[in-house]
Design a protein around this ligand. Structure first.
Ligand code: NAD
Length: 294
């Protein structure tokens, strides 16, 4: 039987609609308009597209969007001054610095400078540490999206064998903590893992965040497993335009997996929706009102 397709487009649209409802409520009841500032340094075309999408969806949810576009030659001290201004700005509840930064700018110093209360990307060590110790934290958006997608298939992830491929701060590491919070049994694998296919085959829930086109083959997947494909890779296509594929051989996996996210139209859709969730949560926490019901 062919795998069930986990439709990130529909699930993300539903989440954005729920965020918009909650934004309308906090505006009405508390006079609070959540605000997200996005900082883009340089002219990376993919980053420009992401930033435009984020601004559009932020406004569509009823929140304020502030864009700061800085030239590629911006110095670290000038960038840190922008962050300091945003940290102090009461209309801004979320700050996102679009990565990667141009060569020569130390992204860790920039991430460290963001007020943890406004760190909607969840990359500041304070939030990463809070997440790792089981405290409430702003959590990276892509892993949050992965959990929401997995839970559309399984009401509970408790006791499931979850295998993550990739150990980045952006995806793999926070996924470990989020899956532990769901009471899954978690294995994290990476470029030095021995016999990766065998490790993957143990997974009831397989999450691939590697950045290698179609690396995970059908015979790595346990029959009936749920597969969440985080990878976004551009490869050559016959029409010369190139096409996007994930880290999983999607066509092969369809006949083995129980459920699978497509690329595009899977995890990528959830990342921006979860950014809106984080901005709303940050705004409520800063204002001292109850966490929103999303
Ligand atoms: P990264 O390069 O920071 O990390 C990749 C990880 O994969 C590393 O931990 C590395 O150990 C592991 N790895 C590399 N080669 C491997 C191999 N042969 N076998 C096993 N593990 C291997 O990447 P990232 O930022 O975590 O992103 C991973 C992928 O997810 C990329 O394709 C990226 O474009 C995509 N991504 C998508 C979204 C989204 O919104 N859908 C968000 C973030 C990242």
């Amino acid at each position: 039987m062919a795998a069930r397709i986990i439709d990130g487009k529909i699930i993300a649209a539903d989440l954005r609609a729920r965020v918009a409802d909650e934004v309308a409520r906090v505006k009405r009841e508390h006079g609070l308009t959540p605000g997200l500032a996005v900082v883009l340094v340089g002219h990376d075309p993919a980053s420009e597209v992401y930033v435009r999408t984020k601004a559009k969806q932020t406004e569509a949810a009823g929140m304020a969007s502030f864009e700061h576009k800085l030239p590629a030659e911006t110095s670290l001290s000038d960038l840190l001054s922008v962050i300091a201004r945003l940290n102090a700005d009461p209309a801004v509840h979320g700050i996102l610095v679009q990565l990667p930064l141009p060569k020569g700018l130390d992204s860790q110093k920039v991430i460290d400078a963001i007020d943890p209360a406004k760190d909607v990307d969840g990359l500041n060590p304070v939030n990463a540490g809070r997440l790792a110790t089981g405290l409430p934290a702003l959590t990276p958006c892509t892993p949050l999206g992965c959990i929401i997608l997995a839970k559309t298939v399984h009401a509970s992830l408790e006791g499931m064998n979850a295998v993550i491929i990739g150990r980045s701060n952006l995806v793999g590491r926070p996924l470990v903590q989020l899956l532990l919070n769901e009471n899954a049994t978690v294995t994290i694998s990476h470029s030095r893992t021995r016999d990766l296919p065998k490790v993957c085959k143990q997974a009831d829930l397989l999450l691939a965040a590697v950045g290698k086109p179609e690396m995970v083959k059908a015979d790595w997947i346990k029959p009936g497993a749920t597969v969440i494909d985080v990878g976004i890779n551009r490869i050559a296509s016959t029409d010369g335009k190139g096409k996007l594929v994930g880290d999983v051989d999607y066509q092969g996996a369809l006949s083995v997996a129980g459920a699978i996210t497509p690329v595009p139209g899977g995890v990528g859709q959830m990342t921006v929706a979860c950014l809106l969730v984080n901005t709303l949560r940050a705004a409520c926490a800063i204002k001292g009102i109850a966490a929103p019901g999303v």
